[in-house]
Ligand binder design. Sequence first.
Ligand code: GDP
Ligand code: MG
Length: 160
Amino acid sequence: EGLSTVIIGRPNVGKSSLLNSLVQENKAIVTDIPGTTRDVIEEYVNVRGVPLKLVDTAGIRETEDIVERIGVERSRQVLKEADLILLVLNHGEELSDEDRRLFEAVTGMDVIVIVNKTDLDQAIDLDEVKQLSGDHKLVTTSLLKEQGVDELEEAIASLF
Ligand code: GDP
Ligand code: MG
């Protein structure tokens, strides 16, 4: 089976790119259009001996789009059953209230916080990220430049 590992984050932060990087295939749809991932995509992957069922969600947010809403409802369900959460943020954007709500939504769970897009100029407040992260592991990546994935895999393996 695999430990249910759910990737959450605002649209466009790089969730599908993350799944692709870990799976090293290209089954998830990656585009620059927010809301492209309208359903939950699952991939099985072995990270340093740890079997994971990776789940790429449509995110948890309110939306008017019915097709998206179905994806969002399913992602809520999936979140409840998660063994591990990968919470993705964008280095190139300021933290939003939506980001902060995601931290609240995963309180008490095993979480790795990923600040992606480090190739972009820093707009995120890393002190606040650290504060919100608390005891969670924090990893920075540029999935575009294939940086930080090793560290992320190490962080995952060290939890199990
Ligand atoms: P999702 O909506 O969270 O699933 O985000 P995607 O994985 O679809 O990525 C959204 C956009 O950001 C795509 O154009 C990606 O190529 C781009 N992207 C992903 N990772 C990075 C990164 O590390 N740096 C930059 N500059 N762009 C990235
Ligand atoms: Mg996506």
